[in-house]
Each structure stands twice: as C-alpha cells, then as structure tokens.
Design a protein around this ligand. Structure first.
Ligand code: NAD
Length: 367
C-alpha cells in the first residue's frame, strides 16, 4: 500500500474481505453512521490495484453520507467494491461469500446494487444476509433503482428550472442528456412527456439512436454534447465530465444529471461554473431517488410512499439553490453546509453512534 490509510482516506471502518474458495476480493467502507446504519451500493469492477479500489470505495462512501443526509434519511453512508470483472467473474459462490461478510457487520452496513450489479445479484446476497435492499419487486423489494433515480432527476430539474428561469413548466425547454443507459433513458421518457425538446447522446450510438427514435429526440455525437445551446445539460453517463476543458464549452444555464462525481474537482469546478453563471445542481442531492427507494425496503416496501419521498428532491434542490444564492457561495459549498448541519444537529441529540440499533425489517425467507 503506497499511502498511510488513516491519513489519506476518510472512513469510520474499512473491511477487507477475502475468500479463497470463491475468489472474492472485496472492500466495504463504512464512512459515517451518525444518522443511522451505513447504506451504499456494491460496485463490481476489475480494479487494477488495491489502491485504486480503496480510493474509489472511500470517495463513493463519503458521497453516500452526504447523499443520505441531504435526502433526510435516517441512514449513514457506506459503499462496497468487489474487485472482479462482472462479465466473467461474478459467480453465485462469490456473491454468497460476499453476503456472509456483510452479515458479520450485524447491520452496520446495508448494501444494494451499483455498477456491475443488479437486483438479481442482490437476491443471491440476500441468501446470506438480510442487510441488502434493491431486491426485485417479485420478492417484496423496490426493484431496479434506475426508474426512481430518473424520477428524482426530473423533480430536481423542475426545481432548478423554476429557480433559475422562473417557469413552472418544462414545456418548450431544450435539454441535452449525456448517456441514455438505465437512468438516462427513463429520464428521456419523462422529459419527452413534459414537452421538452430533447437532444441525446451516448458512446453507444446504437443505444442513443434507439432512445432518440423512441422519444422523438435529436441525436448528437458524444463529442458535441458540451457545445450545445440548451437550457439544461444532464450528465447521465460517467463522472468527472465537468473539467477545465469542458466548462468553457458549456452553453447551458443548468447542469443537473444522474452521474456521480460529475465535477472533476469539486471546489474549483463548482466555482468555475458559478463564475460562468451556470447553476450546478449537486449530483448527490439530485440523484438520491435510488437510495430513497431502496431504503424504503427497511420498513417493508411501499412504492407510493417511496415515490412521494423521492418527490422531496424538488424541495431539497430548491433549498440548496436558495441557500447558495443567499450566502453567495457555490452550490457545492452550500450542500456540504446543509448536510453537515443536519449531522451536527443529530450529534447534539445523541453523541454516540446510533446507527445499527435502528430497527431493520428482516424479510421472511432468509437463508
Ligand atoms: P448505465 O451504465 O446504464 O448508463 C450509462 C450510459 O452512459 C451508458 O449507456 C454509457 O454508454 C453512457 N456513457 C458513459 N460515458 C459517456 C460519455 N462520456 N458520453 C456519452 N455517453 C456515455 O448507468 P446508469 O445506471 O444509467 O447510471 C448512470 C449514472 O448515474 C452513473 O454515473 C451512475 O453512477 C449514476 N447513478 C445511477 C443510479 C441508478 O439508480 N442507476 C443512482 C445514482 C447515480
């Protein structure tokens, strides 16, 4: 290991998991349990090195702490990575071994799907531990997280547009979507229904063409998406797309999308966007629909209840933008302050870690 783990990374607990029989190599990061048990998806990805995996899991876990705090959930932040190629190395044995490691944490960490995993993988993990959400609806779960995530993005875009352009409806606005995979394609359908003029792209141009045809959008190439004159640019592909090179090219009023870690450098690029007059809707606030939907399973899933909670993203985005305006700060700074205040308030009530004592519904049929 190149660096001193304790000073180089933020976390409450880091669990290194190895199972010789299945070949499992996984890292679970519990970042913060002040608001409740840590919740976060499991990413299955062929990391080149252990350092890469630790860097990724700690950053993603930290973002989950702020995401759950801003969403008003009684959960803390965590994340897990399995160092494997999901296409060739994701076996039942490996997922079950991973489930047993989660179970040893006694509910301090609850997982769900992320890149490289799906709701059926969660079902396999569920054979070994109750501390997993995002199960298929046929098994009492909230199902695929992409539809609620996309719905939350829609609510957040409405709030941002209302704040910035002072309009109540999206009708006639121009929105570009970068990446029309699981979330982006659902978002495109919502926006088309709202009467938006859509421009879509994807590095997988066949997929982009298919979605464009379905929703009546204009197809653009991945390279030209930053130069389009639009009201809203919605990054729904991968992170770190807002950079020194792309910001000068942007001709939008609002950046609001699903991708995690959209800013390559949070502080600098948050400031550059503000100076350019672009309203940046902080990613972990607007893309919280999936975790809101998943954590609803802890009480026995109710779709109407989960979706009405997802709709609160509208208010959260409004509060964020109003706070940033009132304080003259970037939205990045405002988001950390609002989330930090919520955690401090809880800390004053109970200075001990309350997380894992919260009730967690154990579904029938475990093991
Ligand atoms: P996905 O893999 O289904 O879709 C992403 C799509 O973006 C793919 O079609 C890919 O080809 C495309 N893409 C990647 N980079 C691109 C680029 N530079 N230009 C154009 N297209 C590009 O993933 P998803 O589940 O839709 O998630 C999208 C993003 O949202 C990810 O960053 C994910 O971490 C984040 N997110 C997803 C959820 C969820 O519930 N699925 C929740 C929160 C955040």
């Amino acid at each position: 290991m190149k660096q001193d783990l304790f000073s180089a990374n933020e976390f409450e607990q880091l669990v290194i998991c190895k199972d010789e029989v299945s070949g499992l190599k996984a890292i679970i990061c519990i970042h913060n349990t002040l608001l409740g048990p840590a919740v976060g998806g499991t990413r299955i990805y062929p990391y080149r090195t252990m350092d890469d995996a630790i860097e990724d899991v700690t950053c993603l876990a930290r973002a989950m702490t702020y995401k759950t705090a801003m969403a008003g959930l009684s959960f803390g932040g965590g994340k897990a990575v399995i160092m494997a190629d999901p296409a060739t190395q994701k076996t039942t044995e490996l997922l079950m071994a991973y489930g047993r490691f989660i179970d040893t944490l006694g509910g301090r960490f609850i997982t769900g799907e992320d890149v490289g995993a799906n709701e059926y993988d969660m079902l396999v993990i569920r054979r070994e531990t109750p501390y997993v959400v995002g199960l298929p609806e046929s098994h009492g779960g909230g199902g695929n997280t992409s539809p609620p995530t996309a719905y939350g993005i829609l609510c957040g875009i409405k709030a941002a547009v209302n704040h910035r352009l002072k309009v109540e409806s999206l009708r006639g606005l121009r929105v570009s979507i970068q990446g029309v995979g699981n979330v982006g394609s659902h978002l495109a359908r919502h926006l088309a229904q709202e009467g938006v003029t859509l421009l879509v792209t994807d590095v997988n141009m066949d997929r982009a063409r298919q979605v464009a045809k379905e929703v009546g959008a204009t197809l653009v190439s991945p390279g030209e998406v930053y130069d389009l004159e639009v009201d809203v640019f919605s990054p729904c592909g991968l992170g770190k797309v807002i950079t020194d090179e792309t910001i000068p090219r942007l001709r939008c009023q609002v950046v609001a999308g699903a991708a995690n870690n959209q800013l390559a450098d949070e502080e600098r690029h948050g400031r550059m966007l503000k100076e350019k007059g672009i309203t940046y809707v902080v990613d972990y606030i607007i893309n919280a629909g999936g975790v809101i939907n998943g954590t609803d399973e802890a009480m026995g899933y109710s779709r109407p209840r989960a979706y009405s909670q997802v709709e609160r993203i509208y208010d959260n985005v409004k509060a964020l933008l109003e706070t940033a305006d009132a304080e003259g700060t970037t939205t990045v700074e405002a988001a950390y302050r609002i989330a930090g205040n919520r955690m401090k308030a809880i800390q004053r009530v109970s200075p001990i870690t309350v997380g894992y004592k919260a009730p967690f519904k154990v579904f029938p049929g475990a093991r």
